[in-house]
Design a binder for this molecule. Structure first.
Ligand code: SF4
Length: 338
């Protein structure tokens, strides 16, 4: 179907009326740690390097997506900092008209050596994945002894001047309970916004089970019992995945990403580009659309734009985790990106 001039200018609206202006880009499926709820200890079956999009290809895709209304970009992985020269990609994306916000999700193991360059390249928002401050539990979760390097990375990010540092905690039941309150205290003491993320069925090995989900309400109750009351913050952007709260005593803010117990799909504004050039309209999508082909076969930008529009037009209503219909996505989390 040949898009009209109006189509070419129209924002990316799906059949449920949701406008898509937020793009998550996985720049690699590789990672330097092994969180058990994400990937196996050995042989994660990484994508061949020649399949991975070059920074120029990613920048071109973002430029086309920006012309369709995308304004926010989050860089993810695997672990994005294992990819060489990431500040160059941040600069490329930062120079694209229409892109007004760039964020990065990292495990911070390599951040100490890269924080300043990323900041100088224009990055301003960081989400750092850290489930515990306990070295033994860190090792048990990640199968690596890198807690010290993560904390050094966080310190380097603060020293570099990052105004927004959020800490992502994946809340797995019968594991993370001893960390719930200490992580909140860590956030209060250092001015970080802690985000508790409900455990989602995205791991390689199919470990997920509803009984392992520690819900937003349960975590909130634990925090209020130990620390004090939380007041819900009116949502500045209802399409943002986190439900935000602030401590009644002025101790800062925290958030919950309750994808399982309080799905927010009807407000979804996100698209995902995988490191091997597949466009996914949902974290849990079964189908995905190849864009590497049109990025590499000499096609014009309009062909790339039409692939993006087509993907959004085909977007489903949302994940089916809470129904009998749920089928885990054919790609593990490290190959999709947060
Ligand atoms: S599960 Fe899919 S549709 Fe729902 S909010 Fe997440 S990405 Fe959007």
């Amino acid at each position: 179907m040949t898009p009209t001039a109006e189509d070419r200018r129209a924002p990316l609206v799906d059949t449920f009326g949701r406008i898509h202006d937020n793009l998550r880009i996985s720049v690699t499926d590789r990672c330097n740690i092994r969180c058990f709820y994400c990937m196996p200890e050995d042989d994660p079956g990484y994508l061949p390097r020649q399949e991975i999009l070059h920074y120029e290809e990613i920048a071109r895709f973002v430029r086309v997506a920006a012309s369709l209304g995308v304004s926010k970009v989050r860089i993810t992985g695997g672990e994005p900092l294992v990819r060489k020269d990431l500040p160059r990609l941040v600069e490329l994306i930062g120079g694209i008209p229409g892109i007004r916000d760039i964020a990065l999700t990292t495990n911070a193991v390599l951040l100490a050596g890269q924080a300043r360059d990323l900041y100088n390249a224009g990055l301003r928002r960081l989400n750092i994945h850290l489930d515990t401050l306990d070295a033994a539990r860190f090792q048990r979760i990640t199968r690596r002894d890198d807690l010290g390097r993560v904390l050094a990375g966080i310190e380097a990010a603060r020293a570099a001047g990052f105004p927004v540092i959020k800490i992502n905690v994946v809340a797995v039941r019968d594991l993370i309970e001893p960390d719930i309150v200490p992580m909140a205290r860590f956030g209060r003491e250092h001015g970080f916004e802690v985000r508790y993320i409900e455990f989602m069925p995205l791991d390689h090995q199919g470990l997920w089970d509803r009984s392992r989900v520690l819900s937003m309400d349960q975590i909130k109750a634990m925090l209020e019992a130990e620390i004090g009351p939380l007041d819900e913050v009116p949502d500045p952007d209802p399409r943002a995945p986190a439900t935000e709260f602030r401590w009644a005593d002025g101790g800062g803010r925290l958030g919950f990403i309750a994808s399982v117990t309080k799905p927010f799909c009807m407000n979804c504004n996100r698209l995902r580009l995988t490191s091997d050039g597949k466009l996914r309209y949902c974290l849990f999508a079964i189908d995905e659309t190849d864009v590497k082909g049109v990025l590499r076969d000499g096609s014009r930008d309009e062909a790339v734009a039409e692939v993006i529009r087509g993907n959004v037009r085909s977007k489903w209503i949302g994940h089916q985790i809470n129904t009998q219909l749920f089928v885990p996505p054919p790609r593990p989390m490290n190959a999709i990106g947060g």
